[in-house]
Design a protein around this ligand. Structure first.
Ligand code: GDP
Ligand code: MG
Length: 166
């Protein structure tokens, strides 16, 4: 089994950090600054019976105008075409206008997994559950997972959620 998995979300949710951890290499630049990822970056995670081809994307945003931003946004839209599964990343306890803009681009025919990142920052479990329910009410996600990309928490579980779509 082999499939393409796009990682999308607004700037700074942790897309590149997730990609690097999933493939075990620092292939994509991570930073606190928005728009550090300026090109699609592809990395492969291979295990006994599958190859996951992850596509890290620039953070989609419309509040910055200009040619660079338009190129970045087009690149995000292109990445969503012809993949087998999409990971839509959010930061735990944060669901902003910028997140909703990305959500509006999500494909309807491809399975989209809601990935709530920065689990290490969310101390209140009940509040986190309520947060996830709120987000799930806005889009027909195939499933959801809570992870910490930085600390490598629950990434194996995330891979198991992706596996059926490869
Ligand atoms: P991107 O713009 O979505 O690609 O985000 P990056 O991967 O560049 O990460 C943005 C910032 O969030 C960096 O400072 C990361 O170290 C931080 N970050 C990413 N994942 C986590 C996490 O699980 N927990 C915490 N606390 N910080 C994280
Ligand atoms: Mg990035």
């Amino acid at each position: 089994h082999c499939g393409f998995v796009a990682i999308v979300g607004r700037p700074n949710v942790g897309k590149s950090t997730l990609m690097n951890h999933l493939i075990g290499q620092k292939i994509s630049i991570t930073s606190k600054k928005a728009q550090t990822t300026r090109h699609r970056v592809t990395g492969i995670h291979t295990d006994d019976n599958a190859q996951f081809v992850f596509v890290d994307t620039p953070g989609f945003q419309t509040y910055h105008k200009g040619a660079l931003n338009e190129t970045l946004n087009k690149s995000v839209k292109d990445s969503l075409a012809n993949v087998d599964c999409v990971l839509f990343l959010l930061e735990a306890m944060r669901f902003t206008a910028a997140d909703r803009e990305v959500m509006a681009l999500l494909p309807k025919r491809t399975p989209v997994i809601l990935v709530v990142n920065k689990l290490d920052k969310a101390k209140d479990k009940a509040a986190l559950d309520a947060f996830i329910q709120t987000v799930k009410a806005e889009f027909p996600f195939a499933s959801s997972e809570v992870v910490s990309a930085k600390h490598g928490q629950r990434l194996a579980e995330l891979l198991e959620q992706v596996r059926p779509y490869l």
